[in-house]
Design a protein around this ligand. Structure first.
Ligand code: NAP
Length: 247
C-alpha cells in the first residue's frame, strides 16, 4: 500500500453512476485517491465516496457540470486542494438520446455536444496545464462510432469528435510523458443504455456481439485500469474498442 505522499490521484467525470462509478471503484482498488465528479447525483456520489473510504481508500465527491468551463476549472481546483495534483483524468460523463436526425431538436443537438464533446474539451484544456507529468487521460467514446446505427447520428458525431480530440491531444502533450487514449464501449447494462428500450430490443443488442451478452460496467473499468496504469505506458493516442467483438 502506497503512502499518502506517493499516492496517485484520479479524477473521474460522471463518476456517480454507471460505467464511471465502476471506474472510480476500480481505480480506488488499484490504489488511487479518487475524485468522483457528478452533475446532479449527489447522493450516489457521496455513497460511493463512503464505500471507498470504508474499504480504506481516499475519495472525494465534486460537483461540476462538465459542459461549463468555469465549473471544470473550479472542479480541478477543488480536487487539488482536497486530494492533491491530478495524475489521471477519466472522461466518462455523457448522455445519449436516440432520435432520427430529422427529428432532433436544436436543444438536443446542443445538449449532446455540450456534455459529450465540450465536456471532454473543457477537462482536456484544463488538464493541459494541471495534470502531473507522467499521467494518463482516458476518454470514453462509443463503439456506435463504427456501427453507424440509425437514430444515433448526433450522439455518434459527438463521440467521433471525442476520438479526434484524443488523437490530436496525445500529440500535443509531447514531452510531458502523459498518455491520451480512448475506450469505446459496446452496449453496457447501465441506465443510459437500458432507458426506453423494450426487453426484446435489449435482448437483440445482447445477441449482437459474438460473445452474446451485454457488457457490464466492470468490463470497461478493467480496460480503463489498464490504460491508466503502468502496463499501458507505451499505448498512446489509441481508441480501444471494448465491445464483445460487435465491431
Ligand atoms: P449513465 O449510467 O447514464 O451515467 C452517466 C454519468 O454521467 C452520471 O454519473 C452522470 O452524473 C454523469 N453526467 C451526465 N451529465 C453530466 C454533466 N453535464 N456533468 C457531469 N456529469 C454528468 O451512463 P453510462 O452508461 O455509465 O455512460 C458513461 C459513458 O459511457 C458515457 O460517456 C457514454 O456515452 C459512454 N458509453 C456508454 C455505453 C453504454 O452502453 N452504457 C456504451 C458506449 C459508451 P449525474 O447523474 O450526476 O448527472
Amino acid at each position: 500500500m502506497s503512502t499518502q505522499a506517493q499516492q496517485r490521484i484520479a479524477l473521474v467525470t460522471g463518476g456517480s453512476r454507471g460505467i464511471g462509478a465502476a471506474i472510480a471503484r476500480r481505480l480506488a482498488r488499484d490504489g488511487f485517491a479518487v475524485a468522483i465528479n457528478y452533475a446532479s447525483s449527489a447522493a450516489e456520489a457521496d455513497a460511493l465516496v463512503r464505500d471507498i473510504q470504508q474499504a480504506g481508500g481516499r475519495a472525494a465527491a465534486v460537483r461540476a457540470d462538465v459542459s461549463r468551463a468555469e465549473d471544470v476549472r473550479a472542479m480541478f481546483g477543488q480536487v487539488e486542494s482536497e486530494l492533491g495534483r491530478i495524475d489521471v483524468l477519466v472522461n466518462s460523463a455523457g448522455i445519449l438520446e436516440i432520435k432520427p436526425l430529422a427529428e432532433t431538436s436544436d436543444e438536443l443537438f446542443e445538449r449532446t455536444f455540450a456534455i459529450n464533446t465540450r465536456g471532454t474539451f473543457n477537462t482536456l484544456r484544463e488538464a493541459a496545464a494541471r495534470l502531473a507529468d507522467g499521467g494518463a487521460i482516458v476518454n470514453v467514446s462509443s463503439t456506435t462510432v463504427v456501427l453507424n446505427l440509425p437514430g444515433y447520428s448526433v450522439y455518434i458525431a459527438s463521440k467521433a469528435a471525442v476520438e479526434s480530440l484524443t488523437q490530436v491531444f496525445a500529440k500535443e502533450l509531447r514531452g510531458r510523458r502523459i498518455t491520451v487514449n480512448a475506450v469505446a464501449p459496446g452496449p453496457v447494462a447501465t441506465e443510459l443504455f437500458m432507458k426506453g428500450k423494450s426487453a426484446e430490443l435489449i435482448e437483440h443488442y445482447a445477441k449482437m456481439p459474438p460473445l452474446e451478452r451485454l457488457g457490464q460496467p466492470d468490463d470497461i473499468s478493467g480496460v480503463v485500469s489498464f490504460l491508466a496504469g503502468p502496463d499501458a505506458g507505451w499505448v498512446n493516442g489509441q481508441v480501444l474498442r471494448a465491445n464483445g467483438g460487435i465491431a
